[in-house]
Unconditional design. Structure first.
Ligand SMILES: Nc1ncnc2c1ncn2[C@@H]1O[C@H](COP(=O)(O)OP(=O)(O)OP(=O)(O)O)[C@@H](O)[C@H]1O
Ligand SMILES: Nc1ncnc2c1ncn2[C@@H]1O[C@H](COP(=O)(O)OP(=O)(O)O)[C@@H](O)[C@H]1O
Ligand code: SF4
Ligand code: SF4
Ligand SMILES: [Mg+2]
Ligand SMILES: [Mg+2]
Lengths: 338, 340
């Protein structure tokens, strides 16, 4: 049984310059304890998808959400604010890119964790304080008793992110959403945080949804991956499968875009020309068509359907759809199309 | 011939909490047409070294020679006259551009400041620089706020190359950009280096980007260079435990990704120490799994690895014995497949 099931999620912002279809018909599911990486360029809708699951929008956002988010037997888009608050930080924990802006600079770190424990679990003051110290130890902070009494400003970037993680897992959530949790950190610190997330997921049996622009980060922490473009999921696969069987031209573009550490200088990089549409999805074509070197006429007039291109491997591309008729042809269809 | 020679540079700062040595006896050189990558964790002194080379912070010791001129011995006026031969590209493209000036004025500004050429010549130089960095002529009249992040950084680079410098110092020039724009800017720098025979000091915390662009690299830790050599020597056969740890920390898109990170955690222990109280002896000893008493007592001098006249050098007492202590995981077939 799925822990999370997202069905046809749409998120539209009304802005001064017209509507932005930030999320445009997204469906996916996660089993308990699963790990899912979400990858895509800036503005592709990764963060808005994550925020929509918990309806975490600011009151100044003019936002419309439709679809369904089934979590643990309830539809998070339809439950009332009070029950949703219990889910946020209770059954679903969240961590973000910038740990400093999410911590209260004037309150001792231990107190912040204890407060969250009292709020969500109603434990006593002294129990909460003791558990806060335990949690800090749990996320690998040395000398946790002393550290609990200090302000966030005396913590390094990596330690602050550990604190955020301890806050997020304080209520033993069934799912953790991490939005670019290591983008602001040094590689050495990133390595530690990624290993910590992986260990916590396994030991707590918690599902992990990790948003990043780095396939390497996904490979280190997630079994499954989905690639997002202009508000749509264009490819879904297991990470192990995607290494050598990326199907969607956008995924292939993303993989070729960045220099790989193991390569010495191998000529110029291959940027994807053009830019993602700023108004998100919502058209009647493949949103990637203006940047796709494999586009055919059909790509401009019809939205490509999601088709199976391998075991638990889906791609939303007309080339894949056409090849799918020939069941033996899986993976990299455009290599032959060239 | 070296266009840039940096010898034993020391930069100290007085902070509220006490005196720190941000750059601690760094020497390096740059040849024409060559890129030297500088890597290390945040706060290790990369930007301060770059600013010292640009003569933007006072040095307590050492010298910076640009095309055989000792920049430290110049008067302010003479220094200003040399400036056009060494230019800098910054991390934040938007913040480094005057919001009220349009693109052609921004790119022409260094020429005006240095009194290079007349109006017509300057216009020609600006147009040429725009073409070199891939800015369409149509954006010449736009303000920075009307440009994309990638275009803003192209303006930053055009400003730096328009005076025909011998050396370009790039401090995290792509860190603030989205992945696809990063790739474009990296290509621009790559092409410029080839076309203008620029010597480039390239600072970035993304090791893959540094390896892609650099001929040689220097690894910095707490103000010191702990290993240097060609990119393939340092990244392919690291000798310093810290270099090895840094490399293993890079998450790669392959099946051994997590295993490599676990190796990294064994090679880089605990937290970065404070510059206010740096460890005695080897700066790395508080995080090094191979540290011995000797490491606490004596600072390791740079030692050549391989031939004495080679480029590969390392600062570690025990590099000979710990070379193969943590071998690289084998490249998997799948990761090679991706390389096609
Ligand atoms: N509050 C808002 N009001 C209007 N538009 C918004 C709002 N938040 C996001 N958007 C738009 O929604 C789209 C998706 O944004 P989102 O933040 O999800 O991107 P992302 O994939 O997380 O990108 P990044 O990698 O930069 O974090 C973008 O076009 C963005 O400009
Ligand atoms: N103007 C300054 N005054 C005081 N300390 C500084 C100043 N500039 C840099 N530092 C300190 O010097 C050290 C090296 O900084 P920096 O060169 O910016 O590192 P990096 O670029 O490698 O991240 C840091 O501890 C930093 O806080
Ligand atoms: S549907 Fe067409 S335009 Fe879209 S990715 Fe596939 S080939 Fe390219
Ligand atoms: S000198 Fe000692 S502490 Fe320093 S890197 Fe070498 S083994 Fe480690
Ligand atoms: Mg985001
Ligand atoms: Mg810096």
């Amino acid at each position: 049984m799925a822990l999370l099931e997202v069905e046809d999620l749409h998120v539209t912002f009304r802005t001064a310059s017209g509507p932005v279809h930030a999320v445009d018909g997204v469906s996916f599911a996660m089993a308990p304890g699963a790990s899912l990486g979400v990858v895509g360029e800036s503005g592709s809708g990764k963060s808005v998808t994550a925020r929509a699951l918990l309806r975490l929008f600011s009151i100044t956002d003019d936002v419309q959400i439709s679809g369904a988010v089934h979590f643990d037997g309830q539809d998070l888009l339809r439950i009332d604010e009070r029950r949703l608050r219990a889910v946020r930080g209770g059954q679903i924990g969240m961590i973000f890119q910038d740990p400093l802006t999410s911590l209260n600079p004037l309150m001792a770190v231990g107190e912040q964790i204890a407060e969250s424990l009292r709020l969500h679990r109603g434990v006593s003051r002294s129990e909460a304080a003791a558990e806060a110290v335990e949690l800090l130890a749990r996320v690998g902070i040395a000398d946790p008793e002393q550290r609990a009494t200090e302000l966030p400003s005396s913590f390094s970037g990596g330690m602050r992110q550990r604190v955020m993680i301890s806050l997020a897992i304080a209520c033993r959530p069934r799912m953790l959403i991490a939005d670019e949790p290591t983008t602001a950190l040094d590689v050495t610190v990133q390595a530690e945080i990624l290993l910590l997330l992986d260990e916590l997921r396994r030991s707590e049996g918690m599902a992990l949804m990790l948003i990043t622009h780095d396939f390497g980060v996904v490979a280190a922490t997630c079994d499954d991956v989905q690639v997002m473009y202009a508000g749509k999921l264009v490819e879904k696969a297991s990470m192990a499968h995607l290494f050598d069987r990326a199907n969607h031209p956008y995924t292939e573009g993303l993989l070729r875009l960045v220099p790989r550490f193991e390569d010495a200088h191998t000529g110029r990089l291959h940027p994807i020309g053009g830019q993602p549409p700023i108004t998100g999805g919502g058209g009647s074509s493949c949103a990637f068509a203006p940047r796709c070197s494999y586009a055919v006429d059909r790509c401009l007039t019809e939205v490509p359907p999601e088709v199976a291109v391998g075991p638990q491997h889906l791609s939303a591309c007309w080339l894949a759809a056409d090849r799918a008729k020939d069941a033996t042809e899986a993976g990299r269809p455009w290599r032959r199309a060239q | 011939m070296s266009v840039l020679e940096v010898d034993d540079v020391v930069v100290e700062f007085d902070t509220d909490a006490g005196r720190i040595t941000a750059v601690d006896g760094v020497s390096l050189h740059l040849d024409t047409g060559e890129t030297l990558g500088l890597v290390g964790e945040s706060g290790c002194g990369k930007s301060t070294l770059a600013r010292a080379i640009m003569q933007l912070v006072p040095m307590q010791r050492g010298s910076v020679r640009l095309e055989d001129t000792d920049l430290g011995s110049l008067s302010r006026r003479e220094l200003r006259r040399m400036r056009h031969r060494i230019q800098m590209v910054f991390q934040d493209p938007r913040g480094s551009l005057d919001p009220r000036m349009n693109v052609s004025a921004l790119i022409g500004e260094p020429l005006r400041v240095h009194g290079i050429g007349d109006r017509a010549e300057r216009a020609r130089e600006v147009a040429e620089a725009m073409e070199l960095v891939g800015l369409p002529a149509a954006v010449a009249d736009r303000l920075p706020s009307e440009l994309s992040g990638g275009q803003q950084q192209r303006v930053g680079i055009a400003r730096a190359i328009v005076t025909d410098p011998a050396v370009l110092v790039c401090d995290e020039p792509v860190s603030a950009l989205d992945v696809s724009i990063q790739a474009q800017i990296i290509n621009v720098l790559d092409e410029l280096r080839d076309e203008l025979s620029l010597a480039m000091l390239f600072i970035a915390h993304d090791l893959s980007v540094v390896r892609h662009l650099s001929d040689r690299v220097a690894v910095m830790y707490l103000g010191q260079i702990v290993e240097t050599g060609t990119a393939s020597e340092v990244f392919g056969q690291p000798r310093h435990p810290y270099t090895h740890g840094l490399i293993s920390s890079v998450p790669r898109a392959d099946a051994e990704s997590a295993a490599r990170l676990r190796t990294a955690r064994r090679l880089v222990l605990g937290e970065l120490p404070s510059l206010l109280d740096p460890p005695s002896g080897c700066r790395y000893r508080t995080r090094c799994p191979y540290a011995t008493d000797q490491c606490a007592e004596a600072e390791p001098p740079p030692e050549p690895v391989g031939p004495a006249d080679g480029l590969h050098a390392v600062r570690c007492h025990h590099w000979r014995t710990i070379v193969s202590a943590a071998p690289e995981p084998q490249e998997s077939a799948t990761s090679q497949e991706l390389a096609i």
